[in-house]
Design a protein around this ligand. Structure first.
Ligand SMILES: [Zn+2]
Length: 88
């Protein structure tokens, strides 16, 4: 198999979204990260999904001093994560 770095065709939305979390945390190999990036650049739905996840992650990681403006949604998300733990 020859790696084809130009084609995103074998790296579909499902594959891209499956790597999205690790991509945003920079836990992917450079090769895999590049494929995710290439896919989302060419795929609007995945790009918006990535933007959303990226924003969500940055909200989670942002120190209190990094708050640029009061954001009710941010508070709601933080609160939901604290109280609604349920899942895993
Ligand atoms: Zn996609």
């Amino acid at each position: 198999m020859t790696p084809d770095t130009t084609a995103a065709s074998d790296f579909d939305c499902e594959a891209a979204l499956a790597q999205l979390d690790d991509y945003l945390k920079r836990e992917l190999t450079p090769e895999l990260a590049e494929r995710v990036r290439a896919h989302v650049e060419a795929c609007a739905p995945c790009l918006s999904q990535m933007r959303y996840a990226e924003r969500f992650l940055s909200l989670l990681r942002a120190p209190a001093s990094d708050v640029r403006c009061p954001d009710p949604l941010r508070l709601r998300i933080a609160d939901a994560l604290r109280t609604g733990g349920g899942g895993s």
